[in-house]
Design a protein around this ligand. Structure first.
Ligand SMILES: Cc1cc2nc3c(=O)[nH]c(=O)nc-3n(C[C@H](O)[C@H](O)[C@H](O)COP(=O)(O)OP(=O)(O)OC[C@H]3O[C@@H](n4cnc5c(N)ncnc54)[C@H](O)[C@@H]3O)c2cc1C
Length: 466
């Protein structure tokens, strides 16, 4: 059934940060925009509603503790991606990030003064007041004021390209009996990755995927991404790569957000279900390492692990939503978390026997408390686990987002498999982040990509004549 809207200038699919930035940019120029958000209103905002900060080039001010320039930003990106990035798009993103703070302010965002904590990022990142929920609410209000039409419960299920190779229409399921067709001069897709689609993860992780916990939106099932790939669009990014951290095993399956993250790892030992350590918990500063632990746990038997520590280090990381397990002895702790006590006791004893013992513990820097002759080593913050009470968190892989996406050019136009751009179809945000982020992660960079490419897509689509 055809929709009742008059001919629209632009349709945006997905109401997270990238889609909202695109819709606002186009509406700012007076164009008619329809935003289709699959979630009901109370769940709108995708993964973006869980964010706290955005990475951008900036000079020191009351919200940034120092200078972060283009050269350093690009260096950081090249390091985490091992230089596997589309350099043109990476440069563009870094350069465009200079104007992000003022653009966000113009669209209603206010900032929070620098915070202290385990993820101290206030030189490279800006924290918005109220976190991601406030960010998306502010943008939705701005969209409403600018006349953007917003439909909730609007699941885009199909996209059609005409004989001339340009966007023709989309098919939307709104839960009612009829499926609606919408057409417009241009289309922007900003519907996230496939992180919430356990069956899709199973293609690469088999049954292990059943033990994944999805930190963000349950609505990001990758249907739009799959539809585009089936249309012959060029895919980018390794489908097995994701950003994943260690979360509390008691977290909800979906939508746990930021508060389920466990930060005890660098101040603990982490063992698998056999009570054995498997990776250097103190390899580097936590902001540089937290995002590898989801994959490490996903690779362990039954995708489960346990962070074990004692009373000396309890105060050194952010408090958690759920209290840790607590016991007066290691064997008592093993009983609480379901590990064989002799294995855990042996691992703790062996670890304690290999502590160097001459270093000075300092949780804020790469200190010289390390193990000697232990495999795997613990390179920093290695203190004996000998002061009761003893504590443990049970951990699962917490999937943040996936890296598979669609290829775009510097105008955010989607590329077909032969490399030719589709004239009036654009992508922004997580659905195209794999052009730039192929592996690794820089905190706050997801929103940077979405804001930069959302703005570009909105402006370019708005400049198209009907
Ligand atoms: C817990 C957590 C914390 C994070 N913290 C940060 C942070 O502090 N800083 C940072 O930069 N990044 C952070 N990230 C990553 C960040 O959330 C993403 O990079 C960014 O929000 C992606 O924005 P997006 O608009 O592309 O996708 P999303 O915000 O996920 O939006 C996608 C939207 O598309 C909609 N959608 C999906 N399928 C369809 C369909 N078929 N039809 C219509 N609509 C559809 C969804 O409902 C959703 O609203 C965090 C992620 C999580 C999970």
């Amino acid at each position: 059934m055809a929709s009742s809207f008059p001919r629209l200038d632009l349709i945006v699919v997905g109401g997270g940060n990238a889609g909202l930035c695109a819709a606002m940019s186009a509406a700012d120029t007076g164009k008619s925009v329809l935003l289709l958000e699959r979630a009901p209103e109370e769940w709108r905002g995708g993964n973006s509603k869980y964010t706290r900060d955005i990475r951008c080039c900036q000079e020191p001010d009351e919200f940034a503790t120092g200078r972060y320039g283009e050269e350093e930003f690009l260096d950081d990106l090249l390091r985490v991606t091992h230089k596997e990035t589309n350099l043109e798009l990476a440069n563009l993103t870094v350069h465009e990030s200079n104007t992000i703070p003022s653009w966000m302010e113009k669209h209603g965002v206010t900032w929070q003064k620098p915070l202290k904590g385990t993820l101290g990022l206030s030189r490279t990142n800006r924290f918005f007041m109220g976190g991601g929920k406030a960010l998306v609410n502010t943008y939705y209000q701005h969209c409403k004021k600018s006349g953007v039409n917003i439909l909730y419960n609007a699941r885009v299920e199909d996209i059609a390209i005409g004989d001339d190779g340009s966007f023709k229409n989309i098919v939307v399921n709104n839960g009612a009996s009829s499926r609606l067709e919408y057409s417009s001069n241009s289309l922007i897709v900003a519907a996230g990755g496939f992180e919430a689609n356990i069956e899709w993860h199973k293609k690469y992780w088999n049954g292990a995927a059943d033990n994944f916990i999805i930190r963000g939106s349950k609505f990001n099932d990758g249907l739009v991404l799959k539809t585009l790939v089936n249309l012959g669009v060029r895919a980018v990014g390794n489908p097995k790569q994701f950003h994943a951290i260690g979360v509390d095993a008691r977290s909800p399956k979906f939508e746990g957000g930021i508060i389920t993250r466990i930060d005890s790892i660098p101040f603990s030992i982490v063992v698998n279900k056999f009570g054995k350590r498997f990776y250097d918990e103190g390899e580097d500063l936590w902001p540089k390492r937290y995002a590898i632990w989801g994959k490490l746990i996903a690779e362990q038997p039954n995708q489960i692990a346990y962070s074990v520590f004692d009373s000396k280090t309890l105060e050194n990381f952010l408090p958690t939503m759920y209290a840790p397990n607590k016991a007066d002895s290691i064997s008592g702790l093993a009983g609480l978390i379901g590990l064989e006590s002799s294995s855990l006791e042996e691992t703790v004893k062996n670890y304690n026997n290999h502590i160097d013992g001459v270093g000075r513990f300092n949780p804020s820097v790469l200190d010289d408390c390390k193990t000697i002759g232990l495999d795997p080593p613990k390179s920093h913050w290695a203190l004996k686990i000998d002061s009761p009470p003893f504590y443990a968190y049970t951990l699962r892989p917490g999937i943040t987002f996936t890296y598979l996406g669609v290829a775009v050019d510097s105008s955010a136009r989607i590329l077909m498999s032969d490399g030719k751009p589709i004239n009036n179809m654009y992508a922004a945000g997580e659905i195209m982040a794999g052009n730039i982020l192929t592996q690794g992660y820089l905190a706050g960079f997801g929103l940077t990509i979405g804001t930069v490419f959302g703005r570009i897509a909105g402006e370019r689509a708005a400049s198209k004549q009907s």
